[in-house]
Design a protein around this ligand. Structure first.
Ligand SMILES: [Mg+2]
Length: 224
């Protein structure tokens, strides 16, 4: 009997369950820049706001919502605007996802989602990807917590709801600062996917180019 066996796989949504979509990133960027222009006030041009936002993003470890929080803007208001983006032409169905989920379930894992999106956007994206929300035993969205990632609250909320021990969980995400570091500090295992940083933080246990190598990587590490 392997006592190190994982029971839960926790998924980030954006740029994790699907590869970054340039058209969607562009739409989100426009929305963030416009929100920033509004938050700062005055007559800052779009280009100037974009430049300033880019600079601040580096200082904020890539955590865009932190910038808005620091300006006194509720991140929820920004994310609420994102719900209005028409994603139908941007996303395509990924028939590999249900197969991957089956494969991980065959390894004894149950799925949960931990995303900073509001529930409406989360459901819209899952629907377009062709992955049923019912595949997740728990869906922790912005609507379920007071503080979003990188705050530990969404991870703690999952642990409370599921009764899982942190060492029985692996968190999969594309942003070290909001996905891997808080999860690791709670005692979870971590997988970083897709966007390889110049330096991989020590809080990342496994780095993979995409999510399809996860079952094999977990087997190789003796975790399933
Ligand atoms: Mg992400």
């Amino acid at each position: 009997m392997n006592n190190n066996r994982l029971k839960w796989i926790l998924w980030d949504l954006d740029d994790t369950l699907y590869a970054p979509i340039p058209g969607y990133i562009a739409r989100k960027r426009i929305l963030f820049v416009e929100s920033y222009q509004q938050a700062v006030g005055g007559d800052m041009s779009f280009d100037q706001a974009e430049l300033e936002l880019k600079r601040k993003l580096v200082e904020a470890d890539g955590l865009i919502l932190k910038i808005f929080k620091n300006l006194g803007v509720n991140p929820r208001d920004v994310l609420q605007r994102m719900a209005d983006i028409d994603r139908t032409t941007l996303f395509t169905k990924d028939t590999g996802l249900p197969v991957l989920f089956d494969e991980l379930e065959a390894c004894g894992l149950k799925h949960a989602l931990i995303t900073n999106n509001i529930r409406f956007t989360t459901r819209d994206i899952l629907n377009l990807l062709g992955l049923s929300p019912e595949r997740f035993e728990f869906e922790i969205t912005m609507d379920d917590v007071r503080n979003i990632k990188p705050d530990p609250e969404p991870f703690q909320r999952f642990l409370e709801l599921s009764g899982a021990q942190p060492e029985q969980c692996v968190m999969v995400g594309d942003v070290p600062a909001s996905d891997c570091i808080p999860a690791k500090h709670l005692g979870m295992h971590t997988i970083l996917v897709r966007k390889r940083p110049a330096v991989i933080p020590s809080e990342v246990d496994i780095y993979l180019d995409d999510i399809y190598g996860i079952p094999q990587a977990l087997k190789e590490h003796g975790l399933v």
